[in-house]
Design a protein around this ligand. Structure first.
Ligand SMILES: Nc1nc2c(c(=O)[nH]1)N[C@H]1C(S)=C(S)[C@@H](COP(=O)(O)OP(=O)(O)OC[C@H]3O[C@@H](n4cnc5c(=O)[nH]c(N)nc54)[C@H](O)[C@@H]3O)O[C@H]1N2
Ligand SMILES: Nc1nc2c(c(=O)[nH]1)N[C@H]1C(S)=C(S)[C@@H](COP(=O)(O)OP(=O)(O)OC[C@H]3O[C@@H](n4cnc5c(=O)[nH]c(N)nc54)[C@H](O)[C@@H]3O)O[C@H]1N2
Ligand code: SF4
Ligand SMILES: [Mo]
Length: 694
């Protein structure tokens, strides 16, 4: 019999609402949830490959316990009882001997994040981290420093925008389906798109204005733009007078950063900057300078992201139709959000985090997420104390933290590595125990509290019975918890019990999700009054250009610009990013997606390639101070001569994933693990590489 189930995609963590058609416990069809405005049936290629994931027999089919040296692929198939007992016993031993803080859990932020945070709080370890800092920690900190809101607490009104400026925000390849549909509609209605990237991406081809910027110089470009806007008073004076603190200081700071100066640094003609500033002035406040999705490129990342938000502040586009909005929660309409297990009482913890976030050494990154890329250093240097056990939950430190060789060396020091995954990822392959999670189509998940212009709740509902011996992550963690004597913190037996517990007090019930997969707290869009009602969460209640958050921690609001050096002779700045067909490191072994995009290539500028004797399609050796590898060259005039580009996510080393094993090269192998030590992001584009014909 045919059945339809409303759920949430998880081929990437955007979690688009979907409608799944099943027949006889098989998935027949997946499409975007037609009841959700902006989805209208659409999915991206990865979402459409969800069935290939479900029916892939190369995913992890039962708990596995390692029997040979790490990473050699010698495994024993285990029962859940065996695997959970083993993990429980080992953790108990480690906690008794080294203290609970020696246990770390790292994950990609997801619906069950409150469950894993609860697990660590209950054992007494401060060491939970998410992927957040590695993706965009400095955007988060920049947002808090100016507005009191993180990037995740802001949204963009793409549909009604008149002009959007994207800094390497490769909108039409690094996908979020609703955003793509909304911006496409705006462009069809005459909105303008300015795109800035050292590389001609698909998004560049859809823009009216494209700037091939010299890599790493976006901050200089923005200083040039701010200079023009303040010089010619192209800003929203009424909004700025009401909401912005520190304009005078900005005005003084920006004096030397003329458009001519910015032209020299960026390679973008000053006259074009003048033209953009005038166009934005004409269309404000329905304009967006996009603050980015991945914001993890350079060690000055926080200042580059702040400069983008400052441009929005000057345009008056924050909390404007067609601009950036602050997300509203159910409290705005007098209702309650879904409960989280973390609201329980826990024993106090008084040791610092492994990454020292929240201490004077690293005061500003968001303590709700921590800074994951510090982990290899913390393990190797036993600073602030020895770490002994690592639980990886939907996160791969080997491929997602830069400098793979350094991370592997650190992992070798650990007594226990446990991974909760669906695939034989490189970290699963390197673990002592793999605990396989049911895929998103096979499990009900924790509820998704979706704040925004209209607060809503979504639910991932199980579509089919698990094909293999797998379990939901929130059940796996509870069952490890039971073996550590903290079972009382997990007041549920099934996922449905947990959902019912979470919904208590919201006024909604689990049955309410059957028909459309979501519920809404209100039908109207909530914008705050721009004259007097915007609730900025800074100490002054204003947009703080001179930031109390930064200055109280001893950092400058406007440090002098440091020029971005060109790469040394015959070297290139290695830059990275995504394609529409893959999610980070997760989908390269997916039967459908692997067939279309099996390996990556190195984009290199045609003139540079000629000088080095490199042919299009020929193999090249790429070398950095951290590692080396071989890959095919893509010789093109579509990339700036100072940069080479590698798609992230290739070069897998897990042999059980046979389609992706050793295909292409892992960008992380070449990168140095270096960070913006104020904002918290890694500097993925810091490393320079040599390229030679192989
Ligand atoms: N070198 C380099 N490093 C990077 C980046 C880069 O461009 N270059 N990008 C950075 C960015 S922006 C991000 S967001 C991070 C992402 O880093 P990660 O979160 O590590 O990457 P993902 O590919 O999203 O997923 C990680 C793991 O989740 C598993 N997984 C997928 N679905 C499920 C599920 O339902 N349950 C469980 N338990 N596991 C599942 C996958 O099999 C995979 O092993 O990487 C960062 N690291
Ligand atoms: N298909 C797909 N979509 C995704 C994801 C995915 O894995 N696959 N992941 C999701 C996640 S977690 C994230 S973080 C987002 C990432 O979304 P984006 O941040 O939009 O995407 P990236 O591909 O990381 O973008 C990097 C771009 O920056 C450019 N770039 C390099 N150097 C510079 C520079 O100096 N200046 C400028 N202006 N540009 C530069 C690169 O050439 C590249 O095109 O995508 C999300 N959507
Ligand atoms: S963007 Fe694509 S892969 Fe990600 S959740 Fe949406 S449909 Fe799924
Ligand atoms: Mo990301």
């Amino acid at each position: 019999m045919e059945n339809e189930v409303y759920s949430l995609c998880f081929m990437c963590s955007v979690r688009c609402p979907i409608r799944v058609v099943t027949k006889d416990d098989h998935v027949k069809w997946i499409e975007g949830n037609p009841h959700v405005s902006g989805m209208e049936g659409s999915l991206c290629p990865r979402g459409a490959a969800g069935t290939a994931l479900l029916y892939d027999n190369e995913r992890v089919q039962s708990p596995m316990i390692r029997t040979g040296p790490r990473g050699t692929g010698q495994w024993k198939k285990a029962t859940w009882e065996e695997a959970l007992n083993m993990v429980g016993d080992k953790l108990k031993g480690i906690i008794d001997q080294h203290g609970p803080q020696s246990v770390v859990l790292g994950e990609r932020t997801q619906l069950a994040t409150h469950v894993s945070k609860t697990f660590l709080k209950a054992i007494g370890s401060p060491n939970h981290f998410t992927h957040d800092a590695i993706c965009k920690g400095s955007v988060n900190t920049a947002g808090r420093s100016l507005l009191g809101y993180t990037d995740a607490q802001m949204g963009m009104d793409y549909k009604n925008t008149r002009h959007i400026v994207l800094y390497g925000r490769n909108f039409f390849e690094a996908i979020e389906v609703k955003g793509v549909n909304a911006l496409t509609e705006a462009l069809e209605n005459g909105a303008k798109l300015t795109y800035i990237d050292p590389r001609v991406t698909v998004t560049a081809t859809k823009s009216q204005r494209y700037w091939m910027i010299r890599p790493g110089t976006d901050l200089a470009l923005n200083y040039g733009l701010i200079h023009i806007i303040l010089r010619d008073r192209l800003y929203d004076a009424e909004y700025v007078n009401r909401w912005v603190a520190g304009l005078q200081e900005l005005q003084e700071f920006i004096q030397p950063y003329t458009p001519r100066w910015a032209e020299k640094e960026t390679g973008i003609p000053a006259s074009e900057m003048e033209a953009l500033a005038r166009e934005m002035d004409k269309d404000r406040p329905s304009v967006i300078f996009h603050f980015g999705y991945r914001g993890a490129n350079h060690t000055n990342e926080i200042y580059m992201r702040r400069s983008i938000l400052i441009l929005n502040a000057l345009m008056g586009s924050i909390e404007a139709k067609g601009g950036i909005f602050l997300k509203k929660g159910p409290g705005e309409v007098g209702k309650k959000p879904a409960r989280k297990l973390t609201e329980q009482d826990f024993p106090g913890i008084n040791v610092p985090r492994f990454d020292k976030v929240g201490t004077p050494d690293f005061p500003l990154p968001d303590p709700a997420h921590g800074v994951g890329q510090i982990l290899p250093y913390a393990i190797l240097e036993e600073d602030p104390y020895p770490l002994k056990a690592l639980i990886n939950y939907r996160f791969d430190p080997l491929m997602s933290i830069p400098d793979t060789n350094l991370t592997r060396k650190a992992l070798d020091k650990l007594d226990l590595i446990v991974t909760i995954d669906i695939n034989y990822s490189d970290i699963a392959w390197y673990s002592d125990v793999i605990l396989p999670e049911s895929t998103y189509l096979e499990r009900t998940d924790c509820v998704q509290q979706a704040n925004g212009l209209k607060p809503q709740i979504f639910l991932r509902q199980q579509a089919v019975t698990p094909r293999y011996d797998t379990r939901p992550g929130a059940i796996i963690l509870k069952q490890i918890g039971e073996r550590l004597g903290i079972g009382n913190y997990f007041p549920y037996r099934t996922m449905e019990d947990l959902v019912i517990w979470q919904l208590e007090g919201t006024g909604f019930y689990i049955e309410d999700f059957k028909k459309k997969g979501f519920v809404a707290y209100t039908d109207r869009q909530i914008f705050w009054d721009r004259k007097d009602g915007i609730k900025f969460k800074t100490p002054s209640g204003k947009i703080e250009l001179v930031s109390s958050l930064l200055e109280d921690a001893g950092f400058e609001s406007f440090p002098a610009y440091e020029p971005m050096p060109s790469p040394p002779e015959n070297q290139f700045r290695l830059v990275t990013g995504r394609c529409a067909l893959h999610t980070h490191i997760s989908t390269q072994n997916n039967p459908y997606l692997n067939e279309i995009a099996p390996e990556n290539v190195l984009w290199i500028n045609v003139e540079k390639a000629d000088e080095l004797g490199i042919n299009d399609g020929g193999m090249v050796k790429v070398t950095s101070e951290r590692g080396a590898g071989m890959v095919k060259a893509f010789v093109t005039d579509l990339i700036h001569p100072e940069a080479v580009f590698l798609m992230h996510g290739y070069g897998h080393q897990a042999q059980a994933a046979t389609r992706s094993f050793n295909k292409g090269i892992n960008d992380g192998l070449l990168m140095e693990n270096i960070s913006d030590m104020i904002g918290g992001s890694p500097a993925f584009h810091h490393t320079c590489v040599c390229v030679n014909p192989a």
